[in-house]
Design a protein around this ligand. Structure first.
Ligand SMILES: [Zn+2]
Length: 244
């Protein structure tokens, strides 16, 4: 099921350029790219979030259930989006924890790319299995990243991949750039010094997932480390792939 929650119109805007962020879980964007998102919103871009899973497995509390967790995660994601100024949040509601880069998921993402026509798509780098010796990347992140990447290219731009989308009136769309987050090989960075407070506030909206103090300390630490590499207080970095 696709549910869309929009602070305004249901139709994609044709006046300003649109940028799309595709993630596996509610809170992924806030941990990783929300400083860039807030900056783009300030610069006048329309930003759309696409969340592939329902976030229903986001608790190990014995008294919690996936059925109760999913609407909590939805509400938290919508609150985070409101704080950042993200106009549209699309929940694809695949089962959290077992996401696969299926053709069905790729087609759903292709449909959204053709419909909203983003000039840039942000997604997770699907090649990342580990971070140093302290983090195993969640397989949902890799699955969402792979499906998103192949939705952008070749699916969105190739007329006769998913011909059923043509029947829905969705013509091919060429995305100009992909920004991969969590990449082992970043080649671009965005100064988020002016928007890190918004990023932290948005992350804190995920009350079921993050301790507010942890959110503040960790984000400043992580993005401060990245920023120092580039001579600014805070930055986010990406592997940027130019398709134009
Ligand atoms: Zn995640």
């Amino acid at each position: 099921m696709v549910t869309e929650n929009i602070a305004g119109s249901l139709e994609p805007t044709s006046i300003v350029a649109t940028r799309m962020v595709i993630t596996a879980h509610p809170d992924d964007a806030e941990f990783t790219v929300a400083g860039t998102v807030a900056r783009w919103v300030r610069e006048g871009y329309s930003v759309i979030y696409v969340i592939c899973t329902d976030g229903s497995r986001g608790s190990n509390e014995p008294h919690m259930t996936p059925e109760r967790m999913a609407p909590i995660r939805h509400a938290e994601q919508l609150e985070a989006a409101r704080i950042l100024g993200v106009q549209t949040v699309v929940f694809l509601d695949h089962e959290d924890g077992t996401l696969q880069p299926t053709l069905e998921l790729r087609r759903d993402l292709t449909r959204l790319v053709r419909r909203y026509k983003p000039d840039i798509v942000i997604c997770s780098d699907p090649t990342r299995y580990f971070h140093r010796d302290m983090y195993v990347n969640h397989p949902d992140h890799r699955a969402a990243g792979e499906a998103a990447l192949y939705a952008v290219f070749p699916s969105a731009v190739t007329r006769f991949i998913f011909p059923e989308l043509l029947a829905e009136g969705l013509e091919p769309h060429k995305v100009g750039e992909i920004y991969l987050y969590g990449s082992p090989e970043p080649n671009t960075w965005v100064d988020i010094t002016d928007t890190i407070d918004l990023k932290i506030a948005a992350l804190k909206a995920h009350r079921s997932q993050v301790d507010p103090e942890y959110a503040d300390i960790r984000i400043r630490e992580w993005n401060g480390l990245v920023g120092r590499q580039y001579g600014v207080p805070y930055a986010e970095e990406f592997r940027r792939i130019i398709l134009r």
